[in-house]
Write a protein that binds this ligand. Structure first.
Ligand SMILES: *Cc1c(COP(=O)(O)O)cnc(C)c1O
Length: 336
């Protein structure tokens, strides 16, 4: 079965040079933060495929989970409203542990929310399945979407984004040798990596870990890529001559996911990452978020500034993917 994306975002998103930020490289940014408003950032790309599959399977209720300020959950709730589906969110924490930002939007979108004790993180899929059974007993078909929509079908969103990048290169005659993205739950990186494999390995794809360690992410990325490779019809809709088994072998090779920029963990910004956000805001007028893009852009700049062992040593023209996240910034009373 081939999955065609639902139209939920505004694509292609622009690619712009960063002209005021002086570095030894040519930097470009892909404004996936412009993909929409309620439906914004990288999650809308994934949701175009996730929702399409859910609808094809006859789902009436979408269940998904995330952090209390999850961009993914907010975008899923908005997508469900737009498509006339019911939605149920599972957020780690309690109502008192987060206000404003995405949670405010979740409340305005008016979808039911179950607050899950963060200690039950390992059981979250089970908890969602239990709730799904309740809906099923009411005669409703359900679809469960894992955290960040980083799983088989969700990864297609960034294969499509990769296609936009090569189309931009063709249109402008410029070549971007390296693509840098945030790694939060892995789907953005997985999609870009796979896009690069499908379309002839023209780029170096680098991920910057913002919460877990790189090895954990690489394992997860491998798993979700294997899921994506099962969608052979949808893969062929991108590239009719795709050699899926050759790509499957490449998955066991190493990915470039960098450690060192997580700080103390998920959604905990640190001074250097905040300073970098301020610096970019004040030179380029672009705002990164403190949870994802701020840390990743900081990591990329540190690699550029490094004199030794830089992952970007051989890179000249670098594209950073701005994956969005601004609403989350409004939930931080104090940034550090
Ligand atoms: C979810 C998210 C990411 C991380 O993307 P993954 O595909 O989960 O790795 C990056 N930036 C923002 C703003 C996000 O909301």
């Amino acid at each position: 079965m081939q999955i065609n994306p639902q139209k939920l975002g505004n694509f292609p998103t622009p690619i712009e040079p960063l002209e005021r930020l002086k570095t030894s490289k040519n930097l470009y940014i892909k404004r996936d933060d412009y993909s929409g408003m309620e439906l914004s950032g990288n999650k809308v790309r994934k949701l175009e495929y996730v929702m399409s599959e859910a609808i094809q399977n006859g789902a009436q209720v979408i269940l998904t989970a995330g952090a209390i300020q999850s961009n993914h959950c907010r975008a899923t709730a908005a997508a469900c409203r737009k498509l006339g589906l019911a939605c149920h969110l599972f957020l780690f924490g309690d109502q008192a542990s987060g206000q404003g930002g995405n949670l405010l939007l979740d409340h305005l979108l008016g979808v039911p929310i179950t607050y899950v004790d963060p200690q039950d993180y390992d059981k979250y899929l089970e908890i969602m399945h239990d709730q799904a059974k309740v809906y099923q007993q009411e005669g409703k078909k359900t679809a469960i979407v894992p955290i960040g929509a980083s799983y088989g079908i969700g990864n297609f969103g960034y294969i499509k984004a990769y296609k936009e990048i090569i189309a931009w290169e063709e249109a402008t005659g410029k070549h971007l040798d390296t693509i840098v993205c945030t790694v939060g739950s892995g789907g953005t990186f997985a999609g870009l990596w796979l896009g690069n494999m499908i379309y002839g390995k023209k780029h170096k794809v680098i991920g910057i870990a913002i919460a877990s360690d790189a090895d954990t992410y690489k394992k997860r990325i491998r798993e979700i890529l294997k899921e994506t490779l099962k969608y052979d019809h949808t893969l062929k809709s991108f590239q009719p001559d795709i050699n899926i088994s050759a790509i499957a072998q490449e998955i066991d090779q190493d990915f470039i996911v960098l450690d060192g920029y997580q700080g103390k963990g998920y959604a905990i910004p640190y001074e250097a990452s905040i300073k970098r956000i301020q610096m970019v805001a004040q030179t380029e007028g672009i705002i990164f978020d403190p949870v994802y893009t701020g840390k990743a852009f900081h990591g990329m700049m540190c690699e550029i500034e490094k004199e030794h062992d830089s992952a970007l040593l051989s890179s000249k023209n670098i594209l950073f993917i701005h994956t969005g996240g601004l609403f989350g910034a409004f939930s931080f009373e104090k940034w550090f």
